[in-house]
Design a protein around this ligand. Structure first.
Ligand SMILES: Cc1ncc(COP(=O)(O)O)c(C=O)c1O
Length: 402
């Protein structure tokens, strides 16, 4: 990269104004950007021949305000825990628009009974969960998440399938799953996978084909859920998944499946990142500038870090960083390592791409202590994922702008 990033949806005056009126760091969320992403997804989903349910993977940003915006657009909720189900219900989402695909079921049967009675659809992610559900709800419909034996991910820490992933029922145990369901007169009506691919429509075709192949084993199948994992543009050389193209290709495969199997399957997708990532920015302050001598680095120390955004430390994720000078804007640039305020050497925002073990200087506008720094593309997996409480820093506020 040979020139610094510029601001995303905020403008400089707005950043300065927010910084004056709100304790920093703070998350800023754009309602119009959320609506635009939601509309893009809803429009793309219209291409599916037998219906497509779009649900927001609420783990990406578990704010009730965001859930409410998507709910108004008829976007459902994909919950990964019982508590995310409660969040969705208390934000006004109807049970029938929520599905729960979780590593952990609620411990008390009564909690599970309460949410199922409200219409929440469950995808069992293990034979144990399936057995528990079918025992509690004989005769009811359920979905199963299957680990198809392959997965993909930005790196190993993000891999969603294969022998090293615990998510879902291993594909060789499909007969056991059917036996459990049959013995309680339950029907498995939905097959769920999350192969989590990327931007290439052909990869999505493959992900759906794998899921359809699994679905052929289930005589009562009505729906396939291919999870989320639609990639988003963070840095210059990334791009957003083209949902129109992907949906066109998936529509073709579902039509073909109908011709061959006489089953009109509904598609469910669970995008998290692509629905919310572009709508978030973190405004922080540069609290110090230190260096490690002429063969070393110059570090910008922020009053944020893994307390608000842990992805760079965890995965070597890349986020655009924009210095917003308090005084005159200047065109001078400099290479910096940008670090957070935690007593933790991994609290670094300029780790190398995909490699949190390495730090990598980033070209930014020249900064002074007291200037602001905006971290872009923080609408997904930042607010909900960070190490709130570490070093006892207070929780950052979240403000919504139009
Ligand atoms: C089962 C499932 N669905 C949906 C998602 C959302 O993925 P993304 O935010 O990349 O779209 C995830 C992410 O891990 C997931 O595991």
């Amino acid at each position: 990269m040979n020139k610094p990033h510029t601001l995303d949806f905020l403008i400089r005056d707005q950043v300065l104004q927010i910084a004056q009126n709100t304790p920093l760091p703070c998350y800023v969320v754009s309602k119009s950007v959320l609506q635009k992403s939601g509309q893009m997804m809803v429009d793309a989903a219209k291409k599916l021949p037998y219906g497509c349910e779009v649900s927001f993977a609420v783990k990406a940003n578990p704010r009730p305000e965001i859930v409410k915006i998507f709910n108004q657009m008829n976007i459902g909720i994909d919950a990964s825990s019982y508590f995310e189900v409660l969040l969705a219900l208390s934000s006004g989402v109807e049970g029938k628009n929520i599905s729960l695909t979780a590593q952990e079921f609620p411990e008390n049967d009564q909690d599970l009974i309460d949410i199922v009675n409200q219409g929440i659809h469950i995808n069992a992610t293990s034979l144990h969960q399936l057995e528990r559900f079918c025992t509690l709800f004989p005769g009811k419909n359920i979905g199963v998440r299957i680990n198809p034996g392959i997965g993909s991910g930005y790196n190993k820490r993000l891999s969603t399938g294969g022998v090293a992933a615990s998510f879902g029922i291993w594909y060789e145990y499909i007969q056991e799953a059917l036996d459990i369901a049959n013995s309680h007169n339950c029907k498995i009506t939905c097959v769920h996978t999350h192969i989590g691919t990327g931007t290439d429509p052909q990869e999505w075709r493959n992900a759906l084909l794998i899921t359809l192949k699994l679905a052929e084993n289930f005589p009562d199948i009505e729906k396939v859920n291919i999870g989320g994992g639609f990639k988003a543009k963070y840095m210059e050389d990334d791009k957003d998944a083209d949902m129109d193209k992907i949906m066109e290709i998936l529509a073709q495969e579902l039509e073909l499946f109908y011709q061959q199997n006489h089953k009109k399957l509904i598609l469910r997708i669970e995008p998290g990142r692509l629905l919310s990532v572009h709508a978030g920015s973190i405004i922080s302050k540069i609290i110090d500038i230190v260096d490690t001598g002429k063969n070393g680095y110059t570090f910008l120390r922020l009053n944020t870090g893994m307390t608000e955004i842990i992805r760079p430390a965890m995965y070597g994720a890349q986020h655009p960083l924009v210095v917003v000078p308090i005084k005159e804007n200047n065109n001078e640039t400099q290479d910096y390592i940008v670090v957070g305020h935690c007593c933790e050497s991994s609290d670094c925002l300029t780790t190398a791409k995909g490699n949190p073990e390495e730090i990598e200087p980033r070209l930014l506008n020249k900064a002074q202590i007291g200037d602001l720094l905006v971290i872009e593309k923080t609408g997904a997996y930042c607010y909900g994922m960070s190490t709130v409480g570490y070093n006892s820093f207070p929780e950052a506020s979240v403000i919504f702008v139009d």
